[in-house]
Design a protein around this ligand. Structure first.
Ligand SMILES: Nc1ncnc2c1ncn2[C@@H]1O[C@H](COP(=O)(O)OP(=O)(O)O)[C@@H](O)[C@H]1O
Ligand SMILES: [Mg+2]
Length: 264
């Protein structure tokens, strides 16, 4: 018996998939993916280009369905709920599971309006008085470390910000919707080393409050910024473990070869 039973309790699962398969037309991009992503951790999705990282990530908020000719089979449960249930609202799902893309994509409107854009769509205007809007924007911008940079130019166009600031803004605009999970697809690929470091610092602050799943092809970033990693190859999940285990003691030969940079 351990002295502290809570310490021995298994981490809670945030995203669970079972035998998940996905086809683009006749091409199978995901094969029998069964995985548990733990709540409050930062999980990295790694593997060579084309192995299915983006596809798997896009399953978690069902945006693959926007692309024609996609067939999905298997189970995905998010926070205890099957996301393919008939009663699931896609707009609720996408509030709970926010997404950040490779290139920052702020709207060509002000910084302030960008942060509030999502919540405006989801909330009747009258229930969001001006003072509340201001509060929400400030708190989201503070959470991503952007407030001090932009507080004096909230009404400037978001497209005047640096790429790193734009990416922070794209994270900030998810927050008023109170997401539980944040999906990031190579969020630093358009940034320089300094911008990348700043986004990694931001990530560190999201841990525990949110479950983060981040696709990265940058092994140093995966090692520095994640708690667990999922290694994929040709649509299959090869290995999932703590980042330390994956990098220093991989169980599978393919993982070891990838980590050592021997392919992909
Ligand atoms: N919309 C699509 N239509 C057809 N094939 C696709 C589509 N998106 C991705 N694929 C294919 O699925 C495989 C996995 O792609 P992807 O998930 O983007 O990989 P990764 O993010 O690991 O580079 C690749 O072979 C890719 O060419
Ligand atoms: Mg990708």
């Amino acid at each position: 018996m351990t002295a502290n039973p809570a310490a021995a309790a298994p981490a809670r699962t945030s995203i669970h998939t079972r035998d998940l398969n996905l086809w683009y037309g006749g091409f199978q991009a995901l094969k029998q993916i069964t995985v548990d992503v733990k709540q409050g951790l930062i999980t990295g999705l790694i593997g060579p280009s084309g192995c299915g990282k983006t596809t798997l990530l896009r399953c978690f908020n069902r945006i693959n369905e926007r692309y024609g000719n996609v067939t999905t089979k298997g189970e995905i449960t998010i926070l205890g709920r099957n996301i393919y249930d008939a009663g699931v609202s896609l707009s609720e799902l996408r509030k709970t599971v926010g997404m950040v893309f490779q290139r920052p994509n702020p709207l060509p409107i002000s910084i302030f309006e960008n942060v509030l854009f999502g919540i405006r769509i989801h909330t009747p205007r009258r229930s969001l008085p001006k003072s509340r809007r201001r509060e929400l924007a400030e708190s989201a911008l503070r959470e991503v470390g952007l407030w001090d940079d932009v507080k004096d130019r909230l009404h400037h166009k978001a497209t005047t910000l640096t790429l790193e600031q734009q990416q922070k803004l794209c994270i900030a605009r998810l927050l008023p919707l109170k997401p539980r999970i944040i999906l990031m697809d190579e969020p630093c690929s358009a940034l320089d080393a300094e911008g990348t470091e700043k986004i990694e610092d931001l990530l560190d602050g999201l841990r525990e409050k949110y479950t983060v799943v981040i696709v990265t092809h940058n092994m140093a970033q995966a090692r520095r910024a994640t708690d667990e990693c999922i290694f994929m190859l040709m649509g299959e999940l090869i290995e999932h473990g703590s980042t330390e285990q994956i990098f220093f003691n991989p169980r599978r030969e393919q993982t070891e070869m990838y980590i050592e940079g021997r392919y992909g």
